[in-house]
Design a protein around this ligand. Structure first.
Ligand SMILES: [Zn+2]
Length: 158
């Protein structure tokens, strides 16, 4: 463990785990794990569909943006940071089964992960509703687009 992180609440090493560690996952699995843990697969897919349709409508759609595999940074910005129960997101360099398999893990902390997951699922629903084209009667709401360019932000020195 090269740069071991500790729980911001009780100082337990992340590798040991404590009740505040909502999830620890490899970067590429992080978003999927979050969606699983909050049992929000249906809501998440719905939100993805909706955004795709909207991008086709606004001409923003492009195949490489199409895949809804989110980077954890974008996911954190758009969903996690808005939650009351969001604590902190950290990276920890962990070694894999083989020396060349070391990689960054994403740690998500919360004072109460259970509450965090409930809140996250609600947030998916809330955002899906907010984006219903019919409800967005004010032009401002319709024009507002999420910050999608954060996908270049992955600055993990692997
Ligand atoms: Zn803790």
């Amino acid at each position: 463990m090269i740069d071991q992180k500790h729980c911001p609440y009780c100082r337990t090493p992340a590798a040991t785990g404590c009740k505040h560690l909502a999830v620890a996952a490899e970067g590429r699995d992080f978003v999927r794990r979050c969606v699983e843990l909050c049992q929000g697969e249906k809501q998440w897919r719905g939100l993805g569909e909706q955004r795709r349709r909207q991008r086709v409508l606004t001409g923003e759609w492009s195949p490489e943006r199409e895949d809804y595999t989110w980077l954890e940074t974008a996911f954190c910005e758009q969903f996690l940071k808005r939650l009351t129960w969001f604590g902190e997101m950290q990276y920890e360099l962990r070694s894999g089964p083989k020396p060349n398999q070391a990689g960054f893990w994403v740690l998500l902390w919360s004072k109460d992960p259970r509450q965090l997951w409930w809140e996250l699922r609600d947030e998916f629903e809330r955002q899906a509703q907010a984006e219903q084209p019919k409800r967005a009667s004010s032009p401002k709401a319709a024009v507002r687009s999420p910050k999608t360019d954060r996908r270049h932000e992955r600055a993990l020195p692997l």
